[in-house]
Design a protein around this ligand. Structure first.
Ligand code: C5P
Length: 299
């Protein structure tokens, strides 16, 4: 049996380039893994896929991306092997932190390492894309640009200094499909922002106006969920240097100069709102902490 950790992400920047013929939206987004993780225990078996989540609110059947990822992987290796998986969930569900997508990618990477064979890297990417737009990022971790549906990944070098961020997690979630539906077509950006253009041209993130940019979905999501807009305003007024929504919400993240001011900002948030610090994880640290190094060594 091998244990892997499946880290959450934030979208430090997200711009919408327009709606595509397939109904998805063309994005240019900056992903980073953060130090908040689920745990997956994977055991190889003779056949079939089973998942145990230990929680009634977490599906253990094919509605769970872990099961679909394992089935797609096992189909690609052509049978003769199965997987029994236990998921210990810590990443809040439905918050825009990508927990389910991370779990799917961890399942693919974990099974590839454990079986020591199987699909090529390109095939893993293809399976990841078929599972969801956020899944391919989690095959790479660290800092990366996501283009296309967010599933064409350009890995970027780590930040010089990890970002210390505070997360505000409301008690409600936002549907990604609804958030994109509410995005007004006329707000689409034909041209990449200067930040993204600089990164596409090979510039460093530090020279590209810094890592935290905008999120084009904020106005649409705050329209759907005025209480999230109110939370955003409350955090701005509590002397945060920057406040942003991650992905399609409902998680907001904030940067403060002073940790005491950050802690104080947590007092008086709406009931049910979680408030805690995280930091960004670079690629090598993400890889090691995920347990991929140990599995490569046969541990
Ligand atoms: O790929 P995923 O299942 O996470 O996406 C959920 C929904 O969000 C899609 O069905 C689509 O409506 C919307 N979406 C989009 N553009 C993207 C990603 C997601 O419109 N790039």
């Amino acid at each position: 049996m091998s244990t892997f950790r499946s880290f959450a992400k934030l979208n430090l920047h997200l711009e919408v380039a327009g709606r595509r013929a397939d109904g998805y939206h063309e994005l240019r987004t900056l992903f980073s893994t953060i130090d908040l993780a689920d745990e997956l225990e994977i055991e190889l078996t003779a056949g079939g896929v089973t998942l145990e989540t230990g929680r009634a609110d977490l599906p253990a059947g094919r509605e769970n991306l872990v099961v679909r990822a394992a089935e797609a992987f096992l189909a690609a290796v052509g049978g003769g092997v199965g997987a029994s998986i236990r998921l210990l969930k810590r990443i809040p569900v439905g918050g825009g932190l990508g927990g389910g997508s991370a779990n799917a990618a961890t399942t693919l990477r974990g099974l590839a390492l454990m079986t020591g064979s199987g699909p090529s890297e390109a095939e893993l990417e293809r399976i990841a894309r078929s599972l969801g737009a956020d899944v391919p990022f989690f095959l790479h971790g660290g800092l990366a640009l996501g283009l296309g549906r967010g599933d064409e990944i350009r890995p970027l070098p780590d930040l010089h200094d990890p970002l210390e961020l505070w997360l505000a997690l409301p008690s409600y979630s936002v549907s990604t499909a609804e958030a994109f539906r509410a995005f007004p077509a006329e707000r689409a950006r034909a041209e990449p922002s200067r930040r993204v253009a600089a990164l596409l041209a090979g510039g460093s993130i530090e020279s590209a106006e810094g890592p935290i940019g905008e999120n084009d979905l904020e106005a649409a999501v705050f329209g759907l969920r005025p209480e999230l807009g109110a939370l955003y305003t409350q955090l701005v007024r509590s002397r945060a240097r920057v406040v942003r929504m991650s992905g399609s919400g409902s998680t907001l993240f904030a940067v403060f100069e002073d940790p005491d001011v950050a802690r104080a900002a947590g007092i008086g948030l709406p009931p049910g709102t979680a408030w805690f610090p995280v930091r960004t994880l670079g690629r090598a640290e993400w890889h090691r902490a995920s347990g991929y190094g140990a599995a490569e060594r046969g541990g």
